[in-house]
Design a binder for this molecule. Structure first.
Ligand code: FES
Length: 406
C-alpha cells in the first residue's frame, strides 16, 4: 500500500470515535421507528407540482377592449381540476394551446399582470394582452373567438427572463420595441406591488406618438411607483416635445443609466434585436448584465442569408409516433412544428424560437435548415441528430420521431 505523506498535525484531535457513536444512534432510531410507510405529504413535491405544472386548465374571466389591444384575464378552471394558477416571476410567459379546426397550435404569450395576482391558493389570475394588429393565426384566432367563459389549456409559467438579484444590478434599463413592452409592464407592476425590488427605467421605442401602446397603463404605473419606475418614449418617425427621437442607441442607454451599475433587458421583434445587439455590444457590459428575451418565431427563412432552400417546395414528412408512421406535407418555407401541429398532432412546444428545447425531436432522415440564431441545441443534440422543429425548415423529404403529449 502506498504511503501518503501528509501533515498529521492538521488532523490532531480528530478521531473516528464520535462518528462511530453516530452510527449506533442511527441504528437505534431506525429500530425504534414504525415500519409503516409514512402517510404524510412530501411538501417539496407538492410545492414543485404547484409551481411548475406542465399544463393548467383555465377560463377567460374578462375581456377588456383597449384602443390598440384586447386584455384577457384568465382564472383557474376548477371544474377541470386546476384549483389555482401557478405563481410566476414578472417577465415569464405561458404557452397557450389552441385547437383551430383540428390543428393543435401552441403560442407563447408573456404574462402582463403582477405576479401578486397569482399568489396563494384562491382567486388567482393571469393577464395577457394581445395587440389588435397582431399577425399570425393563433393571435387572430384568439382575438376573434375568446370571450368570457371560454375554456382553455395553458402551460405553467416558463422562461428565465426575469430579474435575478444574484446576476442583475439594482438598476435595470429595459429596451422595448413595440409589443416587447409586455414583460416590462409585468415587472413594473411587480415593483409597485412589492413583489420585486429594483429600479426600472423603460426605454420604449414606437414610430409616432399615436403608435405608443399601453400609454395609459404605463403612465398610471409610473405615478404609483414612488420613483422606482420611469418610462422614456422614443419616437423613430416623429419629433415631438417631451419625447426622445430616433432609436434606442448605446448613447441613449448611457444617458438614462447614469453612473450607476445597471443591467440591460431587451425585448422586441427580430429586426429590433439585430439593431440592439450592436448597440448593447458598445456598452461593454459583462455578459451577466445583458438579457435578451427569446426572439419568437422566425417565420420566413429567407430572412437568413444562409438559407438556400426553396420556400415553395412541398416535402413529404414521415412522422414517427411511438413506432407508428403518419405521412404529412410541409412547405419549404414552413417550420416542421407548424406542419405537424397543422396536421392535428399535439407535440410539446413552448418558446417557438428554437431555444427552450421543449419540442426536441429526432431527425431520422433528410436535410434541414436551422437558422443559427434560433439554434438552441446542445452539442450532444447536434451530434446525435436531435432537432427543435419549431426552428427547423425542411430541405428534402424528412423522416422524424416526435413525442406527442395529448
Ligand atoms: S418550442 Fe422551444 S425549442 Fe421548440
Amino acid at each position: 500500500m502506498a504511503k501518503y505523506k501528509y501533515k498529521r498535525d492538521v488532523f490532531k484531535g480528530l478521531t473516528p470515535f464520535p462518528f462511530l457513536g453516530e452510527v449506533k444512534t442511527r441504528v437505534k432510531n431506525i429500530e425504534a421507528a414504525s415500519t409503516e410507510f409514512p402517510k404524510s405529504v412530501f411538501n417539496p413535491n407538492t410545492l414543485a407540482a404547484k409551481l411548475h405544472p406542465h399544463y393548467q386548465f383555465a377560463k377567460v374571466a374578462k375581456v377588456e377592449e383597449q384602443p390598440d389591444a384586447k386584455v384577457y384575464t384568465l382564472v383557474a378552471d376548477e371544474a377541470k381540476g386546476t384549483k389555482s394558477l401557478a405563481y410566476f416571476r414578472a417577465g415569464q410567459y405561458i404557452s397557450v394551446v389552441i385547437d383551430i379546426d383540428g390543428a393543435k397550435v401552441t403560442k407563447p404569450y408573456t404574462l402582463a399582470g403582477s405576479p401578486k395576482a397569482a399568489l396563494g391558493d384562491e382567486n388567482t389570475s393571469y393577464t395577457i394582452m394581445i395587440k389588435k394588429a397582431a399577425k399570425g393565426y393563433a393571435s387572430e384566432y384568439i382575438l376573434n373567438n375568446w370571450k368570457e367563459g371560454t375554456e382553455i389549456v395553458i402551460s405553467g409559467p416558463l422562461g428565465h427572463y426575469y430579474y435575478q438579484g444574484l446576476r442583475d444590478a439594482k438598476k435595470v434599463i429595459a429596451a422595448a420595441g413595440g409589443s416587447g413592452i409586455t414583460p416590462f409592464i409585468s415587472m413594473a407592476r411587480a415593483i409597485v406591488d412589492g413583489e420585486e425590488n429594483f429600479d426600472l427605467t423603460i426605454l420604449f421605442g414606437s414610430k409616432t406618438e399615436k403608435d405608443i401602446a399601453f400609454k395609459k397603463e404605463l403612465d398610471e404605473i409610473v405615478a404609483a411607483s414612488n420613483g422606482k419606475v420611469q418610462v422614456v418614449h422614443i419616437l423613430s418617425d416623429e419629433q415631438k416635445e417631451g419625447y426622445e427621437s430616433g432609436f434606442i442607441t448605446a448613447e441613449l442607454i448611457k444617458k438614462y443609466a447614469g453612473e450607476e451599475d445597471y443591467s440591460i433587458f431587451v425585448c422586441g421583434n427580430q429586426n429590433f434585436y439585430k439593431f440592439m445587439h450592436g448597440e448593447v455590444e458598445k456598452l461593454g457590459l459583462p455578459g451577466r448584465r445583458v438579457r435578451f428575451e427569446v426572439p419568437g418565431e422566425m417565420g420566413d427563412p429567407t430572412q437568413d442569408e444562409a438559407y438556400n432552400g426553396d420556400v415553395n417546395a412541398e416535402y413529404n414528412i414521415t412522422v414517427v409516433i411511438r413506432g407508428e408512421e403518419t405521412e404529412i406535407k410541409c412547405q419549404g418555407g414552413e417550420t416542421l412544428l407548424h406542419a405537424i401541429q397543422a396536421a392535428g398532432i399535439m407535440v410539446t412546444s413552448d418558446c417557438r424560437s428554437g431555444l427552450c428545447g421543449w419540442c426536441h425531436s429526432r431527425l431520422i432522415m433528410g436535410e434541414v435548415f436551422i437558422p443559427e440564431d434560433h439554434d438552441g441545441r446542445r452539442l450532444a443534440d447536434k451530434k446525435f441528430g436531435w432537432i427543435h422543429p419549431c426552428a427547423t425548415y425542411p430541405m428534402s423529404d424528412i423522416k422524424m420521431e416526435v413525442f406527442p403529449i395529448m
